[in-house]
Design a protein around this ligand. Structure first.
Ligand code: SF4
Length: 51
């Protein structure tokens, strides 16, 4: 499990100063809904919640 998550999504309610994620755990999925991503842009955080 990741010890620290660096995040640039400042309008997420879990985001904190210093690009920190304060969620207890995060879920990351493949954009297409599959199980294999071709590159970083095909992944996204599904724990995101709009502030
Ligand atoms: S939940 Fe996801 S989008 Fe929100 S701060 Fe954490 S890593 Fe970023």
């Amino acid at each position: 499990m990741a010890k620290d998550v660096k995040c640039r999504v400042e309008n997420c309610k879990f985001w904190s100063q210093g690009q920190r994620c304060t969620a207890n755990a995060i879920e990351v999925s493949v954009d297409s809904g599959g199980k294999q991503a071709g590159d970083v842009q095909e992944t996204n955080c599904h724990t995101f919640k709009l502030q």
